[in-house]
Design a protein around this ligand. Structure first.
Ligand code: 5GP
Length: 176
């Protein structure tokens, strides 16, 4: 707890820049979906603040649903499997936009993408606030990217460290 309290961090993306990023993304989505009836799938917990700000600026008729990805390690495989939980919307035939906080290696999103595509959606796009292109190990398209960053570990504006700091209104880089 003391380490968490005395965390050495410095501002990385301030509230004003976040707000500009979010507005820019919302404008693109509004334009791309103006004749559609999209469903936004918000990935909890990290995307809660980004999604709230983004969706306030979405002006097309749309539905919003929330999911979580629960990690579990199966006995048979050595890898960690991300199981989608909490989806209560029928996505068959829908134009779906996933709202996520960050894509790093991309493996989490890859797993989620596969699970949503298997539901027979009409289209599937991804909106992320932060993207770490140098860490990305996958090759699916990410249509809406807020900001590309190198590899700092960030906290605030939904991003946590052991569950803390999600409430900060700006994004901070954790210093060694
Ligand atoms: P991936 O599967 O793309 O490597 O990891 C995605 C997940 O890792 C994100 O949803 C997020 O929870 C976590 N993550 C990746 N980079 C960061 C970061 O810089 N800060 C925080 N707080 N979480 C991160």
């Amino acid at each position: 707890m003391e380490n968490i309290k005395s965390l050495n961090k410095e501002i990385f993306v301030d509230s004003e820049e976040i707000s500009q990023i979010v507005t820019r993304l919302a404008e693109r989505i509004n334009n791309d979906y103006k004749d559609k009836d999209p469903v936004f799938v918000v990935v909890l917990n990290g995307a809660f603040m980004f999604a709230a700000d983004l969706l306030k600026q979405i002006n097309v008729l749309s539905k919003i649903t929330f999911i979580k990805l629960a990690s579990y390690t199966s006995d048979k495989s050595s890898g960690t499997v991300k199981q989608l939980i909490g989806l209560n919307e029928n996505l068959k035939g829908k134009d779906v936009v996933i709202i996520e906080d960050i894509v790093d290696t991309g493996l989490t999103m890859q797993s989620l993408r596969k699970q949503l595509l298997a539901l027979d959606v009409n289209s599937l796009e991804i909106a992320v606030l932060m993207f770490k292109p140098h860490k990305f190990q996958c090759n699916y398209p990410i249509k809406y990217i807020g900001k590309e960053i190198e590899d700092p570990f960030i906290v605030g504006y939904g991003f946590d460290l052991d569950g803390y700091y999600r409430n900060l209104p700006a994004i901070y880089q954790v210093k060694e």
